[in-house]
Structures are given as C-alpha cells and as structure tokens.
Design a protein around this ligand. Structure first.
Ligand code: IPD
Ligand code: CA
Ligand code: CA
Length: 273
C-alpha cells in the first residue's frame, strides 16, 4: 500500500526510536535483578526515544509545532500543524521487561488528527492510519470487531495509578463492565489498547486521566477502522476531558451507557457515605 510522504516520515521516526527502545529493553531485563533497578535507565531510554522522533520529524517538517510527553511543547512557525508524540507508551511495562509498549506519533492539522501511528518494537507491529484512507496493521487493512453481543466481548480499560485518580468510581465501572462483558483486560499501554480496538482484538476500551499523546494516534486508528471514539459522555471533548471510549457502534454506545449508570451509582454511594 502507498503511504503519503508525511506518513513515511512518521514511520521512519518510529522505526528508529523503536530500534533504540528494543536495544534498551535488553538492558532493562538485566537490571531487573540488580539492586539499583532499571528506573533511571528507563527515564533515559524514554528521553532518547523522544529525541530520535523529534530529530526525524523536524528534519522533514522543521516548521511544525512539536508536543512530546517528555520535552513538552517546542514551538514552530507553522501553527496549523502539530506533532503529538508519546515516545514510550507503556513505561511501566517497559520498566518490568514486559514487551507491550509503543512509540505513538500523530499529526494534527488545524485541530484535526490527520495521520497517526502506533508501533510496538518488541513484536514489530506497526498500526497506521491517515484520515479518509483507512487503518492498517503491517500493511494489512484492519477493521473493528463486528461483535454485537456484550457477553462475547473482551474490553480493555485503564485503572488509576497508585495514589491517583478516583478509585471508587473505577471500582463501580469495573463491576458494571464485568457484569456485562465476557471479560476485561488491563494491558498498560493506552496507545496499543486503541490500536487493538482498531484491529478487532479488543471489542471496546475506555480510560480516564489520559493525555493527548496517549490517544491522538489511536483515536484516528479506531475511526479509520470503522469504529467510534469519543469522550465518556459520547462527545468530542476527548483531549479536553482527558478520557476516551472506543469500540464498534454497538459496543461504544453500550459502554457509554454502562459507564453513565456506574457514575450515578458511585455518586449515590459517595453522598450516603
Ligand atoms: C500510560 C499508559 C497506560 C495508562 C496511563 C498512561 P505512559 O502512559 O498508556 O496504559 O494507563 O494512564 O499514562 O506513562 O506509559 O506513557
Ligand atoms: Ca502514555
Ligand atoms: Ca510515555
């Protein structure tokens, strides 16, 4: 399949950063058993990967604004274009030597995501999408799953990090989801969770407290794969509310309904506590 020039630039950047991360994963595996642990090494690996991505992207499009998780915003003279980059999504997995993490890159034009990719260097899976051109995994067209029955569905989610987020609400949501869907999964990479919805591996996915770089590429992948992605109220404010729900039309609608009910129950319980 033929990619646009800009997507080729993104792919080259992801492959280079991915090679660096894959090399570093070998080192992380060794460090598991050392007393020092892999913490500082992982921080350096993360920054190194972002630098590689930034270097490649800005070589090809020097005027674009760059937003990266590690380095924040680097202004550019062309304010209509912005790269949104997570150089290492799934840091906790990486830190533990779990080969489920990704480089994720999106291009936003006038506030709309027009190209996105998520690359897992550990198994060499590359998910790409361009607006209006479909979504692909290693050059094969992908579609969201067609399942309609909730009790057949496998659904991905996030959980609040230790000491953060609303654990009570999360518990209500998990109970509601567990009572309706066949099973839940918490894989630890939002970018890959969305890519896996696009590829039909997960039937749906939701998470709160995310950042634009966790979701930007993935929301385009899901939509280009024929799925739906929205904030948890079903609206467009994904970045503003820092949350996302995704799935095929039925799963997405049912997931949102279920989360709304869980939210009501959590507030009732909080009021009576
Ligand atoms: C995290 C992962 C994780 C999600 C977190 C994100 P990071 O990104 O996507 O799955 O639950 O909320 O922050 O820190 O590994 O880039
Ligand atoms: Ca992330
Ligand atoms: Ca990250």
């Amino acid at each position: 399949m033929l990619h646009s020039a800009v997507l080729n630039v993104m792919i080259k950047a992801a492959h280079r950063a991915g090679r660096s991360l894959k090399r570093d994963l070998g080192e992380v595996e060794q460090l598991q058993v050392s007393l020092k642990g892999p913490g500082n090494f992982v921080t350096a690996a993360d920054r190194r990967a972002e630098e590689i991505v930034r270097e490649e992207l800005s070589k090809a499009r020097p005027a674009y604004v760059f937003l990266g998780e590690e380095g924040g915003v680097r202004e550019g003279s062309d304010k209509t274009h912005r790269w949104i980059v997570d150089p290492l999504d799934g840091t906790t997995n990486f830190l533990h030597g779990i080969p489920h993490f990704a480089v994720s890159i999106a291009l936003e034009r006038n506030g709309v995501i027009v190209a996105g990719l998520t690359y897992n260097p550990a198994n060499d899976e590359l998910f790409v999408a361009e607006r209006g051109k479909g979504a692909f995994l290693n050059n094969q067209r992908i579609r969201v799953a067609a399942r309609r029955r909730l009790d057949d569905a496998i659904v991905g989610c996030g959980l609040p990090h230790y000491g953060r987020g609303d654990l009570r609400l999360a518990c209500h949501e998990i109970i509601a989801a567990q009572q309706s869907f066949a099973g839940l999964r918490r894989y630890g990479s939002a970018a890959l969770d969305l890519a896996w919805v696009a590829a039909g591996r997960l039937d749906a996915y939701w998470e709160r407290d995310l950042s634009p770089w966790d979701m930007a590429a993935g929301l385009l992948l899901v939509r280009e794969a024929g799925g739906f992605a929205s904030d948890l109220g079903g609206g467009e404010a994904i970045f503003a509310k820092c949350e996302i729900a995704a799935g095929n039309e039925t799963m997405h609608r049912e997931l949102i309904r279920l989360l709304r009910e869980a939210g009501k129950q959590a507030s009732v319980q909080a009021a009576t506590a």
